[in-house]
Write a protein of this length. Structure first.
Lengths: 113, 112
């Protein structure tokens, strides 16, 4: 039982390059999330998907796009990477939005130079 | 704006002492308040959670105290151990959409 799997684990991008962070969960959860973690800022919600086919902006959506490809997969795309997007990115899933445990992946450490 | 505010940013406690982390929120639509624990290089994991109709919840050495009128809640770790050294996040869930919003995190170090 893999839980939440994120790929890649590490990535270095040049400013202006694009990339997609992949996330998949095998727990049949409805809700999925993308967060970024920065020192002193905690975990900030980028995008949220309550169910397959729906997405909603979080606290810091600018510069990002998402796709909820199916119930299992939720990808995060950086169209034109900027140094301010250097961060650790976490994907999470939960059975439903309220009152249930969210399970996190191991994170993707992204550096934009 | 930060919807959930957490303090302190870092905390050093002696082994056997009590660790206290505080959080405050503004949005009365929040109706579920979990705490997550994160070890270096790992994703956060649920530690304990509370609903606003309860003023306190205890699980082993971990206790959440909740003050609905003040819109504040706190985590108490009794008999703190070096193995508790980690980053702790408070969070809140919005009952109008299910978004899970986190505080800024507290880096706890328990000295032997």
């Amino acid at each position: 039982n893999a839980g939440v799997t994120q790929t890649p684990k590490f990535q270095v991008l040049k400013t202006g390059q694009s990339m997609t962070l992949q996330c998949a969960q095998d727990m049949n959860h409805n809700s999925m999330y993308w967060y970024r973690q920065d020192p002193g800022m905690g975990l900030r919600l980028i995008y949220y998907s309550a169910s397959e086919g729906t997405t909603d902006k979080g606290e810091v959506p600018n510069g990002y796009n998402v796709s909820r490809l199916n119930k299992r997969e939720f990808s995060l795309r950086l169209e034109s990477a900027a140094p301010s997007q250097t961060s650790v990115y976490f994907c999470a899933s939960s059975p439903q939005g309220r009152g249930t445990e969210a399970f996190f992946g191991q994170g993707t450490r992204l550096t934009v130079v | 704006q930060q919807q959930v505010k957490q303090s302190p940013q870092s905390l050093i406690v002696q082994k056997g002492g009590i660790s206290i982390i505080n959080c405050a929120y503004e949005n009365t639509a929040f109706d579920y308040f979990p705490w997550y624990q994160q070890f270096p290089g790992k994703g956060p994991a649920l530690l304990i959670a509370i609903r606003p109709d309860v003023s306190e919840k205890k699980e082993g050495r971990f206790t959440i105290s909740f003050n609905k009128s003040a819109k504040q809640f706190s985590l108490h770790i009794m008999d703190s151990q070096p193995g508790d050294s980690a980053t702790y996040f408070c969070a809140a869930v919005n009952n109008q959409g299910g978004k899970l919003i986190f505080g800024q995190g507290t880096e706890l170090s328990v000295k032997p």
